[in-house]
Design a protein around this ligand. Structure first.
Ligand code: G6Q
Length: 540
């Protein structure tokens, strides 16, 4: 197949863009029904994409691009358990994690769904015991604190879900998260906890990750400093991992280990046993509702024609904005404070998946891949970086996310929150002309400063309520957007070789920092000098 940018459909999209540079003002003026026409509903979510700089022809060409890029074939290969993670020779089956009990999904000829449900059942039994106080600590006390130790994919999803679903959590069970190898993280998370009431979850797919192992050993020392009995580890540590040998080596009884599989990528694992802290907080029934939300979006993605397929359309619009309109970033702006960690979660999901510059066959891409994803909850962002989105020189497509039902008993404030969401997307799309500014009596010298060019694209996603179900569906939506974009760009969205080099170098440098011989450094002059300065200062 020719390179992406040499394909006729790609060239047609580029030509289409040059030929048609209409402002959103005229696109809306030209079609009174545009705001209803470019909308879609799936798995409890309503998408309004009418404020994107597209028309029917743009959509036709983008859908042709998806079609010719083999998105459907790759999607179906994922569901068939084929090893579509090319460079690691692995299947990619996070969709199996939320499959219904009676579904069948094979990897290498074995149905993986019974295994998924067996782990979920064990997690549920364990969570139920902890939640009612039946699982006791070493001294017979009830567990009051859960500390999840993990990093990257073994942290960001659980942290995000914990924030998002606090309203569904058992309030007398406190959940905290330790990820950073900076000891300050562990210290802050544990300094006011009682070891005899604390349960650590060591969440690590490999059980070899430097940061997680350092924090797990710190946790063990912290526990034993007070409880003074190695046997206490069994009551205060459980593991989530694929590596039973290393779990046992650490001293955790593998009876208290919750497994998953190599076909679950770290950043796609929050709905596997990696979600144990989530299940402990919200309980097995709410956890199941979250999985059902994921599953509802999976079903939509798997079975709906491309033109009505929400992840496909959002992925295509993202490609339009990135590759044709030249946007280099994508903002995600939840108008829901509980989703405050959602942008951070998406950063890993999307940027670790699609931050690649070679295609599946190893050749260099001749187009941009993932945008830089970022965001903060509205309305906080409005008092900070929105200035640049409205009047800066860069094009920043935005995804606004909101809920109809209030997230607290303060109903009036919810109306205010949502008024702000609707106002922002309106202001971005339509702006304010110089004539409008003058008509307000603005002094002439201030007119240019008060003009809003508009024509800044956004999606609005609305659901009735923030629940485990709607959260699951929202996460699955972005997982599949990531999948579709990776398929069109022709890259492996499921490996992450880009994180390896720094890890290797850090191991060498850690050894050099520990050594006393100052002359053994063979890095560049900058790195050598920095290490020497650190070593010298550290000795003082
Ligand atoms: C995610 C990545 C990465 C991973 C962490 C933690 O897709 O692979 O973020 O989740 O490096 O790895 P472990 O779970 O093996 O400790």
């Amino acid at each position: 197949m020719p390179k992406l940018t040499e394909r006729p459909v790609w060239r047609s999209l580029a030509a289409h863009w040059r030929a048609r540079d209409a402002h959103l003002r005229s696109l809306f003026a030209g079609d009174a029904r545009r705001g209803e026409k470019y909308t879609l509903d799936a798995a409890g979510w309503h998408l309004d994409y009418s404020k994107q700089r597209i028309d029917d022809e743009t959509l036709r060409l983008l859908l042709q691009l998806a079609d010719e890029s083999g998105v459907v074939a790759r999607r179906d290969a994922m569901w068939r358990g084929e090893k579509i993670n090319n460079t690691e020779k692995r299947a990619v089956l996070h969709v199996a994690l939320r499959a219904a009990r009676e579904q069948k999904i094979d990897v290498d000829g074995n149905d993986v769904v019974p295994g998924v449900h067996a782990v979920l059942d064990r997690m549920a039994a364990f969570a139920a015991r902890v939640r009612v106080g039946d699982w006791k600590g070493h001294t017979g006390k009830r567990i009051r604190n859960i500390v999840n130790i993990g990093i990257g994919g073994s942290d960001l999803g659980p942290v995000m879900a914990h924030e998002a679903l606090r309203a569904f959590a058992q309030r007398d069970l406190q959940c905290r998260f330790v990820s950073n190898v900076d000891g300050a993280d562990f210290h802050e998370a544990t300094h006011d906890l009682k070891p005899e009431e604390t349960l650590f979850i060591v969440a690590s797919k490999t059980f070899t990750t430097q940061e997680t192992m350092a924090n797990a050993h710190a946790a063990r020392r912290w526990l034993l400093d007070t409880l003074k009995d190695d046997a206490s580890v069994g009551k205060h540590f459980v593991a989530v991992s694929t590596n039973a040998e290393k779990v046992a080596e650490f001293g955790i009884d593998t009876a208290n280990m919750f497994g998953f599989w190599d076909w679950v990528g770290g950043r796609y694992s929050m709905d596997s046993a990696i979600g144990l802290s989530t299940m402990l907080a919200i309980g097995p029934d709410h956890f199941r509702a979250m999985l059902d939300g994921f599953h509802a979006m999976d079903e939509h993605f798997h079975t709906t024609p491309l033109a009505q397929n929400m992840p496909v359309l959002m992925a295509l619009i993202g490609i339009w904005n990135t590759n044709f309109l030249g946007a280099t970033t994508q903002a995600v702006l939840p108008y829901a404070n509980p989703l405050k960690r959602f942008p951070a979660y998406l950063q890993q999901l999307v940027m670790e998946s699609n931050g690649k510059s070679v295609t599946l066959d190893g050749s260099r891409v001749d187009h941009d891949t993932s945008a830089v994803w970022w965001g903060e909850p509205g309305t906080n962002g409005q008092h900070s970086f929105y200035q640049l989105i409205h009047q800066g020189t860069r094009l920043i497509p935005c995804d606004f996310i909101g809920f109809v039902a209030p997230l607290s008993p303060l109903h009036e404030q919810h109306d205010l929150l949502m008024a702000n969401l609707f106002a922002q997307s309106e202001a971005l799309a339509f702006g304010k002309t110089a004539e409008q500014v003058r008509a307000e009596g603005t002094p002439e010298e201030l007119v240019p400063h008060r003009v809003f060019a508009g024509n800044r694209p956004s999606n609005t996603l609305l659901a009735q309520e923030l629940t485990p179900h709607s959260l699951g569906a929202l996460i699955a939506l972005y997982e599949h957007i990531t999948f579709v974009q990776g398929a069109i760009w022709g890259i492996d969205s499921f490996d992450q070789w880009g994180v390896e080099l720094g890890k290797q170098l850090a191991q060498n440098i850690a050894r050099e920092i520990a050594a006393t011989d100052n002359n053994d450094l063979t890095h560049d002059s900058s790195t050598n000098a920095l290490i020497r300065r650190y070593r010298a200062g550290r000795g003082e």
